[in-house]
Design a protein around this ligand. Sequence first.
Ligand SMILES: [Mn+2]
Length: 385
Amino acid sequence: MSIRLIHTADVHLDLCYAHAGMTPVQANNRRQSLRDSLRTVVRRAGEWPADALLIAGDVFEHHRVSRDTIAFLKDAFDRIPDVAVFITPGNHDPYTPDSPYATESWPGNVTIFTQPRWQSKEVSHALLTVHGFAFDGPDISENPFGQLTVPEDSRVHVAVGHGSASTHQPPDKGAYAPFDPAQAAAPGLAYLALGHFHTVTELEGNFPTRMCYSGAPEGHGFRECGPRYFLEIEIDEGRPRVRQQASAHSIYEQHTLDVSTFSNSQAVLEAVRDLPAQGGEAARLLRIVLEGACPPSMQERLSALPDVVGDQFAYLDIVDRTTPQEDYEDLASEATSLGVFIQQMNDAIAAAEEPERRRTLERARHVGLAAYRGEMVPVRGTEGG
Ligand SMILES: [Mn+2]
């Protein structure tokens, strides 16, 4: 008989969105969305049904999780009494004496690992043993990766852990319980359910254990754009098959539009409205970066974009990086040395036959104008500007 697992991590319940420039209402909606996505994962574990639900850390954003969120979580686990739930506290929600993991009483089907070293528990209704550990503080006092020995028996062995695979360490994220995937693998360990990196990632290599980050079931900001997933794992004869299932109730999207390719603000507005949704029914959180030279007549209307199409999205942020379009004929008519310079450049550009020379002259005119105004010009390679 196959063993069925559901794997999720990094929900970060009760995340604070104050830094994200969201209104209190929008932030509440985001926190609701985090709960909804976890609820989706837990419900699926009950309905499939899974033998075990593995939650690989950072369930909470921090210790100061609300009473209501704890009650929600207990209730969600209570509703799947036949699924064994395993939680490995992570760097955000470590197992400390004052953490909700230690102070609360959890439903009987829930196992919370408590030590910074491997602990094992047999699932009573399946031939399954789950190994796990806990962060005991924001930095774990020991690093359990590479220390797991799996007994030779007839059971399926899986492990759940939180930490940074050194092979996939993003430069802008702290390294917690760092490990080399080849070291974390162990003979007899069929699957290692990982948490900490928020994007679904399989660590591949020449070792006997399959290991995946499920990623967060819900994005947490514009650095986590696109659909998010949880994983369904089926283990037959020691071999796991891993499937991604979409879980996000709201999806962050970031798009860049070059306004110089549009003749009017209506066309920009329609382009925003027509951006294809990435996740069916999921609410959409959009950041639109506007670039390019923009006629002053259009600028005003663009700043009103959130008011005009805001209703279509759960959140819409317009980042205006447009540059005002210059009127070079008007500038050339000025009775100043700038006017003379612009007139000479306009003539040279009009006379230029090769497109490359024309672009170089346009760039020179742009840089020259900026110099007259005492402005800095951003370096953008050979791009015109
Ligand atoms: Mn983490």
